[in-house]
Design a protein around this ligand. Structure first.
Ligand SMILES: Cc1ncc(COP(=O)(O)O)c(C=O)c1O
Length: 385
């Protein structure tokens, strides 16, 4: 069936970062300043990020993957330990655990939110369990009240993988304050981008201080401190650290993007609401949930397909691609990838399996026009098997 609205001139991508002339100028300024790696702009970005999230400390790093790895390390997680996390996530969530020497133990999700089901955690806790790594998938906060309650019951620290969740709120407060440590991503697929980059937030000054050292080879003095020193100062290296630094070029972009964030969020929420208002009428599709305590940021707009369309997801994706609309399959299930594959995991994670098999991510980005969105909606409405 043909649609009423004319197709766009070019392919509508699933996502596209918004980068303006201000970001270009900010990078140029850094290049001309002579200080290109971690320096004053990183400090500025960290201060502004902590203020935005409403927490005491923010530590910038090279990615969310390295943020997660450091967060686990400073909590003492290592060889022989188990960390409970969802399998319905990008593989970096589990890889960060493995990089510390620990083992990810996958819990099933709540199908309404695509996030770790708090009731699953108690079933998985053992003497080896040392932490819970919760993910706020596609920018919808997990049920943190229930998760923090289980964590307190078993005296386990909580790390939040908020790779997708900048600006999302839970009980009225920005994500970044609920667990012991929260990790963010600034990959271009996220709402705020620095090209690559990550941030760890915490209200624990000792953890923040250790994170700052570990990200730069465990050096006791930062480059900025040494540069500004008026007397001779010599650094020490008291443990084995990493080079997980963010550059000042990235941080300069981050400062500009952070100032744009509320505008980004407003636009995304508006477009998401437009999708939901039209698509929820379709009997074969489930639109994203918005639990009362959460205000998602819609890092992605993910729907779930119901029978009979569910089994024909690839067919629907090809139909949309043929009409210049790019989509992506659902969030992956980590336990189905080779390093993590096991029959017992597959049997224990039915809701994760269903979500990964039937989810579909639709285009959503700041510059997307309402005309393009109307075309997408109408094209989906005209889909027949
Ligand atoms: C849930 C989740 N965790 C971790 C990551 C890794 O982030 P980064 O690419 O910044 O390392 C991603 C990236 O897509 C993600 O979606």
């Amino acid at each position: 069936m043909s649609t009423l609205i004319a197709p766009p001139q070019s392919m509508i991508p699933v996502a596209r970062p918004y980068i303006g002339v201000e970001e270009e100028q900010a990078v140029l300024d850094v290049l001309r300043s002579g200080w290109v790696t971690q320096g004053p702009r990183v400090i500025e970005f960290e201060r502004q990020f902590a203020a935005y999230v409403g927490c005491e400390h923010a530590v910038a790093v090279s990615s969310c993957t390295t943020a997660l790895q450091l967060a686990l390390l400073v909590l003492g997680i290592g060889s022989g330990d188990d960390v409970i996390c969802p399998s319905l996530s990008f593989i970096a969530t589990a890889n960060a655990i493995v990089h510390t020497g620990a083992t990810p133990v996958f819990g099933d999700i709540d199908l309404a939110t695509y996030n770790l089901d708090a009731d699953e955690i108690g079933k998985l806790v053992s003497p080896r369990t040392k932490a819970i790594l919760v993910v706020h998938q596609v920018g919808l906060p997990a049920n943190m009240d229930a998760i923090m309650e289980v964590a307190a019951r078993y005296d386990l620290p909580v790390i939040e993988d908020a790779a997708c969740a900048i600006g999302a709120t839970y009980n009225g407060a920005h994500i970044g304050n609920l667990g012991n440590l929260t990790c963010f991503s600034f990959h271009p697929r996220k709402i705020l981008t620095t090209g690559e980059g990550g941030m760890i937030t915490t209200n624990d000054p000792a953890l923040a201080e250790r994170l700052r050292r570990l990200r730069q080879h465990a050096m006791s003095l930062s480059d900025v401190t040494r540069h500004n020193a008026t007397s001779i100062s010599t650094e020490t290296y008291d443990e084995v650290g990493f080079n997980f630094r963010m550059t000042d070029m990235q941080a300069a972009i981050g400062v500009i993007q952070l100032a744009r964030l509320d505008t980004f969020l407003q636009r995304r929420r508006h477009l998401a609401e437009r999708y939901t208002a039209s698509l929820r009428m379709l009997p074969w599709l489930v639109t994203p949930a918005t639990p009362a305590e959460s205000n998602p940021n819609y890092q992605s707009y993910m729907v779930r397909l119901l029978p009979p369309v569910a089994a024909q997801r690839d067919h629907l994706m090809q139909y949309l691609l043929d009409r210049s609309i790019s989509t992506r399959r659902s969030i992956m299930a980590i336990h189905r990838e080779l390093p993590y594959r096991s029959d017992s995991n597959d049997a224990a994670l039915p809701r994760t399996n269903l979500a990964t098999e039937t989810g579909l991510i639709l285009p959503l980005f700041h510059q997307m026009t309402e005309a393009d969105q109307d075309y997408i909606i109408e094209t989906i409405q005209h889909f027949t098997l």
